[in-house]
Design a protein around this ligand. Structure first.
Ligand code: ZN
Length: 140
């Protein structure tokens, strides 16, 4: 007898999820990532994003590790899409995101990402040198 990994109820023999729960979970991730992307597009504020996070946690079996994974994915997308050089506003968005959403999760991955992102973004922002984007992977 297997327990559903989302709701914890009996999921039947040889089964570890209810299809409905899995769908609900995936829907939550979509909602979450859509919210994160909108935040980075300045379409919504951090407060709105926090509401979305609270909502998917409450209603869609989305947990902190999921949020850490989605955050990393969306930050990657955002930083890869952003054209070099980064504007300070873009750096602020990432920092604000990490401070509001990332840090409470204590995910090792996200913590090390936080440091490397801030380091790399700060580095790109520093006025000295780096006027040539040739080495940047996005400059192809
Ligand atoms: Zn279930």
């Amino acid at each position: 007898m297997g327990q559903c990994k989302y709701c914890g109820e009996d999921a039947g023999f040889f089964s570890h999820v209810h299809k409905e729960c899995e769908e609900k979970h995936n829907q939550g991730l979509t909602t979450l990532e859509d919210g994160i992307r909108r935040y980075f597009r300045d379409a919504i504020k951090m407060d709105d994003l926090k509401k979305i996070v609270a909502q998917v946690k409450q209603e869609h079996y989305v947990e902190d590790p999921d949020i850490a994974v989605s955050s990393a994915k969306c930050i990657d997308e955002y930083t890869e899409k952003s054209r070099w050089p980064f504007h300070s506003h873009q750096l602020d968005l990432v920092k604000n995101y990490i401070n509001n959403i990332g840090v409470p999760y204590h995910g090792q991955q996200l913590v090390s990402r936080k440091e490397s992102y801030i380091a790399s973004l700060s580095h790109l922002l520093s006025p000295a040198g780096h006027m040539c984007p040739r080495d940047h992977p996005q400059s192809r």
